[in-house]
Design a protein around this ligand. Structure first.
Ligand code: FES
Ligand SMILES: [Fe+2]
Length: 417
């Protein structure tokens, strides 16, 4: 049923004070936002602000899983993690557990980590190498090409039982780009190339640091369980407004000049479309570089962080898992690789100085947003440059691009194109 305040929220150019009198009614409306139609999201995502409810409403989270994490493409892992036949890693694709394997023929495959019998995960390890996965419940056993190859008491299932129809279920779509493996639970939709768009350049640039154009991600992953909504990590990738504040102490320790994270230092922040974006310091001459690769975000869960790779796994509306691993560039001289690995350990390792600063801040944001008022999260910095899609390094251009794409997915806008 339309509410009186919906009329005001649709009106452009409203100030905060105009919105305030409607807040109670608006909240009634928003509490149903996850299951309601697209119009609710059009109201809650403005050109330069978004509703805090988008980070705290469980119904919003459920709709995100369906429309973003299950319909779209998500980064899963890297082919180098399963370099040899039989190697595997377990991950999540959206909320669902998946198993990335290389079978005995050398093919990379992506499976639902779910026993076709009664649903137990068939693999509980983070990574390893095996020819078979044996379910712990009734011992149905699958080879690394997903086929059901053994089960106890098979004769009890009768003559019509067919092993061939009881293998592991493949994730409907899997595709790779330069070793980066992506999956989608949807049988149809954009191709991976369409999804990546101009963000493919981020992958090209990180690979091309290597003299042979290859990276390897075999160092293992750090996993941080953080009590904050997944979008905070996504937005943070290209938020260069916060480092001189949140990371002031680590900046001092690392000898980063105070003006490094400032508009005056140079560099640009760039909305790459499709929710992707980057902060690019390539044109800045003579200054410190934080890593060899680019610094960019590939929607909705991959952060290429100059010398490392981050992945965001949503857990629930107020919790995520943040995975991080250092990049090894194949063929890169040791004297160039070593500082990158050391930088990762110092910044993001178990006792790193960067990740805890960010995680603690996101948890404080999550707590603050529970307050509900004021309703809006402000993203106004550099809005005057939005028409060019490029702004100063500290501008919030990539965040606004993220939200434009998010809105197109959460409404029916994308399907209508
Ligand atoms: S649930 Fe896997 S064998 Fe029964
Ligand atoms: Fe940070």
């Amino acid at each position: 049923m339309p509410l009186p305040c919906s009329i005001e929220l649709d009106s452009p150019g409203l100030g905060w004070s105009t919105l305030a009198p409607c807040r109670t009614l608006e909240r009634m409306y928003v509490s149903e936002v996850g299951d309601s139609g697209s119009s609710a999201y059009e109201r809650l995502i403005g050109a330069d602000r978004v509703s805090g409810r988008l980070y705290t409403d469980p119904a919003v989270f459920e709709r995100e899983l369906e429309r973003i994490h299950h319909r779209g493409w998500m980064f899963v892992g890297h082919e180098s993690e399963v370099a040899a036949p039989g190697e595997f890693v377990t991950r999540r694709l959206g909320r669902q557990p998946v198993l990335l394997t290389r079978d005995d023929t050398g093919a990379v495959r992506l499976w639902s980590n779910r026993c076709p019998h009664r649903g137990a995960t068939v693999c509980a390890l983070d990574r390893g190498q095996t020819r078979f996965f044996r379910c712990p419940y009734h011992a149905w056993t699958f080879d690394n090409a997903g086929a059901l190859v053994a089960l106890p008491g098979e004769e009890g299932f009768g003559p019509t039982f067919d092993r061939a129809t009881h293998g592991l279920a493949p994730v409907p779509r899997m595709d790779t780009y330069r070793g980066f493996v992506f999956g989608s639970w949807s049988h149809e939709g954009q191709t991976l190339a369409e999804h990546l768009g101009s963000a493919r350049d981020l992958i090209d640039r990180v690979c091309d640091v290597s003299p042979v154009g290859e990276i390897s991600l075999r160092a293992g992953w750090l996993r941080h369980r953080i009590g904050a909504n997944w979008k905070m990590a996504a937005e943070n990738v290209c938020d260069f407004y916060h480092p001189p504040i949140t990371h002031a102490s680590s900046g001092l320790m690392g000898g980063v000049p105070p003006d490094y994270f400032s508009d005056a230092y140079g560099g640009v922040t760039r909305d790459l479309g499709g929710g992707h974006g980057e902060v690019d310091y390539r044109q800045t001459q003579g200054g410190p570089r934080t890593g060899l690769g680019p610094h960019g975000f590939i929607f909705p869960n991959l952060f290429i962080e100059a010398s490392s790779i981050f992945v965001i796994h949503p857990v629930n509306v107020a919790e995520m898992t943040h995975l991080q691993t250092p990049i090894t560039w194949v063929g890169l001289p040791e004297k160039m690789q070593r500082p990158q690995s050391r930088r990762f350990a110092t910044a993001f390792g178990a006792a790193g100085v960067i990740e805890p600063d960010d995680a603690a801040t996101w948890e404080r944001m999550q707590l603050g947003l529970q307050a509900g008022e004021p309703e809006w999260v402000v993203l106004e910095r550099g809005v005057q440059f939005d028409h060019t899609r490029e702004g100063r390094p500290l501008d919030e251009i990539v965040m606004r691009g993220f939200w434009r794409h998010y809105r197109s997915l959460m409404t029916d806008e994308a399907a209508a194109k």
